[in-house]
Design a protein around this ligand. Structure first.
Ligand code: ZN
Length: 184
């Protein structure tokens, strides 16, 4: 089932996700709906907050992003990220590399807004899958960026928080309108 995507201005986007202690039918159904919602919106990632649930759960699929490559390593061996998509990550934790890369980012909760964001180029991820198995891998490129963007959502952090103050200032009017348009 496709769920409504929460738009900027809603407090749930600022809420840190609760750790998932038990992966039950409700969580599995939510993860399935999140995948459907992400594909329906042509996104590469979606966090639980974006469908109104403040939980440590995110889904990612970079398979269709042909123009923006991703790299992935499991146990130090490089693998084809496409063989591991979609990713459904429960209670993920990230370790970030030092050096920063700047690239364009958007967010399904900020329709039509993109910005150049600096983020570490490589990440190490530890998470659980929907069966409760431990997942551990490293990622770079678009996948590395998507993981950091989604992890931020799980902590109530939004990509506008990572923009330069000049970029954010130039978006101020559009952000205000976005909040106003979606206020009931
Ligand atoms: Zn986002």
């Amino acid at each position: 089932m496709i769920r409504d995507i929460v738009i900027y201005g809603d407090q749930v986007l600022r809420t840190k996700g609760k750790r998932i202690e038990e992966i039950d039918d409700e969580i599995r159904a939510l993860a399935g709906d999140m995948l459907e919602t992400m594909y329906g919106a042509s996104g590469v990632g979606l966090a639980a907050q974006q469908v109104g649930k403040a939980l440590q759960l995110t889904v990612i699929d970079v398979s269709d992003a042909e123009s923006r490559p991703s790299q992935m390593w499991i146990a130090g061996e490089e693998v084809d990220p496409k063989d591991h998509m979609p990713l459904i990550l429960v209670n993920p934790e990230l370790q970030l590399s030092e050096e920063l890369e700047v690239s364009t980012e958007g967010c399904l909760s900020f329709p039509e807004i993109t910005a150049e964001i600096a983020r570490p180029g490589k990440v190490k991820v530890v998470a659980q899958d929907l069966q409760g198995n431990r997942l551990e891998f490293e990622a770079a490129g678009l996948l590395g960026r998507a993981l950091q963007h989604e992890m931020d959502h799980l902590n109530g952090i939004l990509f506008i928080d990572r923009m330069s103050s000049a970029a954010k200032a130039s978006l101020a009017g559009r952000l205000k309108r976005l909040v106003a348009e979606h206020r009931e």
